[in-house]
Design a protein around this ligand. Structure first.
Ligand SMILES: Nc1ncnc2c1ncn2[C@@H]1O[C@H](COP(=O)(O)OP(=O)(O)OP(=O)(O)O)[C@@H](O)[C@H]1O
Length: 247
């Protein structure tokens, strides 16, 4: 069963004046033919599918469109062309610490952010100790979020987010959170989630991680599909490309 079907999807960003102008100014300038805009195709004709329980890795150089496709799948951004079908509840773990309030305490944030992730108050109350202990920040629960180090912020964000039980998990480089011991712990947590059969899409520059974990790989370059299919074959080709052996 296909959990995700992406069919001939393109995404075009509009660059130029339009972003800085107010709506009124935009129309006045447009009447006078003075608006300078340029289109930029961040994704061009992308087609792939993900079956239930699969773990699709997305690889590619900087700016190749990996985050853009995750945003389309998470409904954060519409496709400019093509169709996207998603069967089930999606948990996007993108920009992990977005949605936290700097002035509120860690504890208040766990409840607020937990509610935003769709957890009930009862669920958070039951899991609160586990969430705090996993993040190793018991001594900081009554401290304002802004006073945490960036590593600590990521740890609590990861801990909270990893309690979700979605049908589809969308991950953008979140496996590289925290120091070495936390990294091992977070990878273990992710493995448990994958083993529970959740369908996953993972963007990463860590090719060893992709080789180890993914059942299939999509390779993007400059918005185009450069390859799609067998994990080891795609990773070999990508690494050769990155070494300058442009086939
Ligand atoms: N909001 C935006 N407006 C205009 N262009 C954008 C916007 N967001 C991304 N882009 C451009 O789209 C292209 C793809 O960006 P994207 O973030 O999807 O790449 P990526 O593969 O995730 O890169 P990285 O590996 O560096 O994280 C880039 O050229 C980027 O500059």
């Amino acid at each position: 069963m296909n959990m995700i079907e992406v069919d001939h999807v393109s995404v075009t960003y509009i660059l130029g004046d339009i972003k800085e102008l107010s709506l009124k100014e935009f129309f006045i300038r447009k009447m006078h033919g003075e608006v300078i805009t340029k289109e930029f195709k961040a994704l061009d004709d992308i087609t792939f599918h993900v079956e239930k329980g699969e773990l699709l890795g997305i690889i590619g150089s900087n700016g190749s469109g990996k985050s853009t496709i995750l945003k389309v799948l998470s409904n954060i951004m519409p496709a400019s062309a093509g169709t996207v079908k998603v069967n089930g509840v999606v948990a996007p773990l993108l920009e992990l610490t977005a949605g936290f309030d700097d002035e509120m305490t860690v504890k208040e944030n766990v409840y607020l952010r937990g509610a935003l992730l769709g957890y009930t108050r009862k669920f958070i109350e039951d899991k609160y100790d586990e969430i705090i202990d996993f993040a190793e920040i018991r001594d900081f629960e009554d401290v304002a979020f802004r006073k945490l180090s960036s590593g600590m912020k990521s740890k609590i964000a990861f801990s909270l987010a990893s309690f979700v039980k979605p049908d589809i998990l969308i991950l953008d480089e979140v496996l590289s959170v925290g120091d070495i011991s936390f990294k091992a712990k977070s990878e273990q947590r992710m493995k448990e989630l994958f083993d529970s059969g959740v369908t996953t899409i993972l963007v990463s520059h860590a090719i060893e991680q992709i080789r180890e974990m993914c059942t299939k790989v999509l390779w993007l370059e400059k918005g185009h599909m450069r390859g799609y299919g067998d994990t080891q074959e795609m990773c070999d080709k990508y690494e050769a490309y990155m070494r300058g052996e442009h086939a």
